[in-house]
Design a protein around this ligand. Sequence first.
Ligand SMILES: [Zn+2]
Length: 177
Amino acid sequence: MPTIMTHAVVPLAFAAAAGRGTISPKLAAAGAVLAMLPDADVIGFRLGIDYADTWGHRGATHALAFSLLVAGVIAAIWREARSIGAYAFLAVAMASHGLLDALTNGGLGPALFWPFSDARVFAPVTPIRVSPIGAGFFSARGAATMASEAVLVWLPCFALAVAGWLIRNRSRSALIG
Ligand SMILES: [Zn+2]
């Protein structure tokens, strides 16, 4: 995985770009949680589930279909998520996790196409350094991981948020002017 905070940055940047009128702060926060949620599967390591198993790390919880399902469950129980836009935001927020993982250069790839295929897949290019699992996080390797994520994820996300803000403010001033 990229580090867990980096997963949360993606939906937050989308929300910031779209503006709070489009994606409410509550919905944005839910998206951030969903973007981090798939890595709860690391608990499988403790439960004796193999990394390569369907429910192992980067398995079914990282699948695109799983994010559609979870967003659907949330829309069913939470009024705020009960619009096509809100549902799509939550589903994409969670799906972004597996997609980012597919861009990392180590471990097994995410099972993006579960339940149709258990294959662990990577993107054709894997520029993001994989984050060490557990204590290795606070090591030189952890620092190098953060640096690669800063350049490849945080920077584009920040640019997206700023671009969205600029576009919204331009159209607003055009309305006033
Ligand atoms: Zn992951």
